[in-house]
Ligand binder design. Structure first.
Ligand SMILES: Cc1cc2nc3c(=O)[nH]c(=O)nc-3n(C[C@H](O)[C@H](O)[C@H](O)COP(=O)(O)O)c2cc1C
Length: 253
């Protein structure tokens, strides 16, 4: 991110210092989904408390705070969650054809048993009653609110040096049963959390050749859906910032 140029163009007394902004972008660009590099080192409660509190300070539609945080530390519970994963994972492999199936089977897509802590973030869609400010018409906004909590936790964890891996390959009912989650509560994310030997520079699916990162200029439209305009100065900035991010650098002068 070109934070120094942005600061010159739009000075704001509310902007963070350069160092603080760089730290935020560093957390964003170096966050990874972690599956295979967990260390057995325990996560101290004070660190766990900080990342859970970061999650709780996420935005939520109508301030409904629909989340709960189910902290999983028992090996028995982790094994139950892992069995639910294994069943869905075997089914998932059959959904890919040809070479993709073989590649899929080689991917490691969870670290449920190896990670010292699991955290299931849920959504209670009834938490504040049927009518919620902001959820009156688009009913999925409460689910998205819990996703915001996931992302807050993920970034805070990165800053703490903790890896997080999101596991979603479950039949929802199996995950609910493994964790005793009642029917009215929606599991949003099962997260594997722990210290790691290293963070990969790039998404593992990118390195494995599964998919590339999409270019920003293909994703940004102006005024109407599908309307691109490569002459807009913003496009050149986006290309430059994405190139910098791709090189693993969080800031360019
Ligand atoms: C909603 C959601 C569900 C995901 N589910 C899984 C999963 O079941 N297993 C897995 O290995 N990664 C899962 N991921 C991680 C993505 O594969 C990962 O974010 C993506 O490949 C980009 O890599 P990065 O997070 O390291 O940047 C999930 C991510 C999201 C946002």
């Amino acid at each position: 991110m070109n934070t120094s140029a942005a600061a010159q163009a739009t000075p704001s007394v509310h902007a963070f210092t350069q160092e603080a902004r760089d730290a935020i972008y560093h957390a964003i660009f170096s966050r990874r989904d972690v599956r295979g590099q967990f260390l057995p080192t325990p996560v101290p409660d004070e660190v766990l408390s900080r990342i859970l509190t970061a999650a709780h300070y996420a935005p939520s539609v109508g301030f409904m705070q629909p989340w709960n945080f189910l902290v999983v530390q028992s090996q028995d519970t982790k094994r139950r969650v892992h069995s639910a994963f294994a069943k869905a994972h075997a089914e998932a492999a059959d959904m890919f054809g040809g070479d993709r199936r073989a590649t899929y089977q080689k991917l490691k897509l969870e670290g449920i048993v190896e990670s010292p802590v699991g955290i299931c973030i849920t959504c209670d869609r009834e938490r504040t009653g049927p009518v919620v400010v902001g959820r009156t018409h688009m009913k999925t906004m409460d689910l998205y609110s819990s996703v915001c909590a996931v992302q807050n936790l993920w970034l805070a964890a990165r800053a703490e040096g903790l890896g997080v891996g999101w596991v979603s390959i479950f039949h929802q009912a199996d995950l609910q049963e493994a964790l005793g989650i009642p029917k009215g509560i929606t599991p949003i994310a099962y997260l594997c959390v722990g210290y790691v030997s290293h963070f990969h520079d790039k998404p593992e699916l990118e390195t494995a050749g599964w998919l590339p990162r999409l270019p920003m200029e293909d994703l940004v439209y102006f005024d109407q859906w599908g309307q691109r305009d490569d002459q807009q100065p913003l496009i050149a900035h986006l290309q430059r910032d994405q190139a910098a991010a791709q090189r693993g650098r969080e800031a360019i002068a």
